[in-house]
Write a protein that binds this ligand. Structure first.
Ligand SMILES: [Ca+2]
Length: 178
């Protein structure tokens, strides 16, 4: 049934934009069956040069990529800290764009060693938060949130609440959903 729905949607897409066939490739069918836009996170798998994409949030003891715990690929982000809000923040040059009123799906994989790992927006343009304190295995976090205005925002992945923690993060995703 989903195949037929996809086919119909593709035909509608072709009919609506006959000269923009590349648009079709930017839309994927998500697990909910709805269409999703392109990935908005740059280097979502944390495989690139870490400092190009991530900076410190507050004063983490460690904020790096390493290969000790990895969800996919070769590397994952790794944070160790001894105060609340210690963690990783997307570089100001690596923001994602948000459209007012558009709904987004946020996904992340997190491996908590200790404390609570909290993932949220930094700027309030896309207002979301999700967290886990489950230790010792990769946990899948997902939520949806609307754009509260049109602009750019950043992800931060921090120890919150609590005053200490250690975690890994990998395979981040933010996509518009339709
Ligand atoms: Ca990875």
């Amino acid at each position: 049934m989903k195949k037929y729905l996809l086919l119909i949607l593709l035909i509608l897409n072709l009919t609506a934009w006959p000269t923009s066939a590349h648009m079709i490739t930017t839309h994927m069918v998500g697990s909910s069956g709805g269409l999703e836009g392109p990935e908005l996170i740059q280097d979502p798998g944390i495989e690139g040069t870490y400092a190009d994409y991530w900076t410190d949030n507050s004063t983490p003891t460690t904020n790096e990529r390493n290969d000790v715990q990895v969800h996919s690929g070769t590397y994952a982000g790794h944070v160790v800290g001894n105060s609340a809000n210690d963690g990783a923040l997307q570089q100001a040059t690596k923001t994602f764009s948000v459209t007012n009123g558009q709904q987004y799906r946020i996904r992340a994989w997190v491996y908590v060693v200790s404390g609570t790992c909290d993932i949220r927006d930094n700027g309030g343009v896309l207002d979301f938060s999700m967290s886990t304190a489950v230790t010792g295995s990769w946990q899948y976090l997902t939520t949806t949130a609307p754009g509260l205005s049109t602009g750019t925002d950043r992800i931060k992945i921090t120890i919150y609440p609590g005053e200490s923690g250690e975690f890994y993060f990998d395979d981040l995703s933010i996509k518009a959903i339709y």
